[in-house]
Design a protein around this ligand. Sequence first.
Ligand code: ATP
Ligand code: MG
Length: 655
Amino acid sequence: MSAKLNSPQREAVRTLSGPLLVLAGAGTGKTRVVTHRIAELIRHGTPPERILAVTFTRKAAGEMLQRASALLRTKGKGRKQMRPQISTFHSQCVRILRRHIAKLGYPAKFSICDRGDQESEARAALREIRCPNESLRPGDLIAIIGGWKTRSIGPARAASVAETDKEHLAAAAYRRYQNNLKTKGVVDFDDLLLLVQQLFSENAAVRREEASRFDHVLIDEYQDTNQSQYQIVRGLAMGHRNLCVVGDDDQSIYGWRGAEVEHILRFEKDWPDAKVVRLEDNYRSTSAILNYANTLIAFNRVRHDKVLRAARAGGARPRVLQLPDENQEAEKVVADIQHLLSQPGVAARDFAILCRTNEQPRSFETELRKAKLPYILVGGMSFFDRKEVRDLLAYLKVIENPHDEVSLLRIINTPARGIGNSTVKSLVAAATSHGGHVWDFLSTAGEEGILAPAAAQSVKKFHTLIESIREIAPNCKLQDLASLVIEKANYRNELSRIYPDPNDRDARNASLEEVINAAANYQGQSKEPNLQGFLDEVALGGQDTPDEKENQLKSNAIALMTLHSAKGLEFPYVYMVGMEEGILPHKRSITADGDAIDEERRLCYVGVTRAQEQLTLSIALTRRKWGKTRDTVPSRFLFEMTGQAENAVHNRKRR
Ligand code: ATP
Ligand code: MG
C-alpha cells in the first residue's frame, strides 16, 4: 500500500466490502481514496471489470481513470488490458438503455438529443397545444420540464404538482413533448436517468441483470446525486451491498438540478451497517487559502460541522483585485497570468479562471487570444452547439437511424435542396396519419400522391443520397464516413454560401475538421468502434465537457471554466473573477429564499478550495449590462471570507 495515505484514508481503502461512507471536506483526499480503493480491490483479486466507479463529470471520470491506471501500472503487472468501468451517471445509463430501452416501449435504437433539438421539440409541443409564445417560451418549458424530471416527476404527475399558470401550460406541453420524443426514439439528458430509474423499478429482472455486472460500486461527489441517481445507485448495489460513496455536504451545488444533499446525510440510515470514515487533513491548499474557505463556509446555517485542517502551513494570502470595468478585469488577470508564466516551472495548465455565469468568459477569451495564451473553455458555449457541427452530427445520426426524425428534419433541406416548409409539413402529416416515420415516405411520396412531382423528386434525391451513404457506412472508418458526408452533401458549398467572409468560413471548416478528428480519435481508442458509440460519446461529451481535447491536464492550457465544472479539480493558481453581488451570489439566488444563497456560498467554497498555491479574487467596479454601464457591489462572500469590509481594498493597496 502506498505510503501516501494517512491513517483514516488507509482505513477506508482497506475496507473492502460492505457499505462505506467517506464524508469529508474539500481536498482531503476523497477522490484519492476512491482511486486507491479501486487498486486495492484489484490487488485482492477483484477483476477490474467487475468494478464500477461513477463520477459526476466526464472530466472527473477521465482524471480518475488516469489516476487509477497510474496506480495499477505500478501495482498490478500484466493486468493492463482489463479496466474498471469508470464513467458518469449519464454514460452508464446510456449503456443500460442501449440494452433494455425496448422494454419501456421505446424503439430499440434511440438517439440522445441536445439542447438545440430539445428547443425545437419544445417549440413543437407548444404549437400543438396552441400556446401563444408570450405565455410560455420554449426555453422556459425546457427549464420547467427539466425541474420535474430531476425530481422524477413524469408527464402523468406533472399536472398535479403544477401551481402557476405557466406550470399548468407546461404540464400539458410536457405530455406532448415526451410523447413526441418517444415516438421518434429520442431521449433527452434527464430521460437517461429517469428511464433507467423507471426500468429498475418496473422490471426487477433488468435491475438484477444490470446489478450483477459488478461486485463493487464506488461513487464520487455523492452529495450531488438527485432522486433518480440515488435510486439507480441503490438498485445497482442492493444485492452485493459493496457500495462506497464519498462526498462533502459543503460542496453540494446542484440543488437546482434536483440534487438532495440529504442523500449523503441519510446514508447511514439507508445502510445501517455502513462504516463511516472522516478525513480532516486538507492536502491541497495552503493554510492561508484554507482559512478563507473555512471562514466562508461557517456562514452557512445548516451544515455538518467538520474539521478541515491545512496539511500545508503558511502560503500567500489570497489577493483581491479591483478593476474599473470587466474589460480591465480581464486584462489584469491575463497580464498577471502572463507574468507568472514567465517564471521557471510554471505552466499554462497550472491556471484556472473560474466564472459563475456563461457570459463572463467572453472578455477573458478575448484577452487570452490577444496574449496568444493557450486556453480551454470548459462548460460554456459548447463546441457541439455550433451549427455546422450539429448539422454534420445530424447527418450521422440519420445514417445510423433514419427514424431519428429530429435530425432528419434538421438536414432534409440543409444544404438547401428545394424541399420547402410545406413539403416537410405534408410529409410529417402523412407520417402522423399513417402512424409511420417520415423516412418511410421519402421515396414514395410522389407515387402516393403526398407531394407534387417536383417536390417528390427533390425528396427522392435526398433519400437516395442518404441511402447511398448508409450502404457504405458499415465498412467505413468513422472519420472517412464524416468526410464522405461533407462531400456528398456538398456541405462546404453551403458554408461558402452562408459565410462569405473567408475568416468565418475557415473557422467553420475548422469545426468540421474537429468532428473528423474526434471521430478518428474515437475510432483509434475504442475497442469496438461503431457509429452509435461515437454518437453517444459526442452527445455525452457535449453535456459537460465541450472541450474536444477533453483533458486539460494533457493539453497544456489555461482552464477557463464555470465554478460548477471545476468541482473535484485542483490548480496551483486560481482566479475567481466577478466577485460581485448578482454574479456570485447569482442574482436569481438573491431574490429567492435563504437556501439559494447558501448554495451560492457552497459554490464559492468549491471555487476557493480549488486553489493550491495562490488564490486571486477579482471584481470589476462597473459592468456593462444591456449596453449600459452600472456600478457593481462587491460580493458579500468577499467580506465574509476576509472577515471585514475594508479587507478587499486593503489587500489591493498592499500589492
Ligand atoms: P474535493 O473535495 O475537491 O473533491 P478530494 O477530497 O477528492 O477533494 P483529492 O482530490 O483526492 O481530494 O486530494 C486533494 C489533493 O491532496 C490531491 O492533490 C491529492 O493528491 C493530495 N493528497 C490526498 N491525500 C494525500 C496524502 N495522504 N498525502 C499527500 N497528499 C495527499
Ligand atoms: Mg474529489
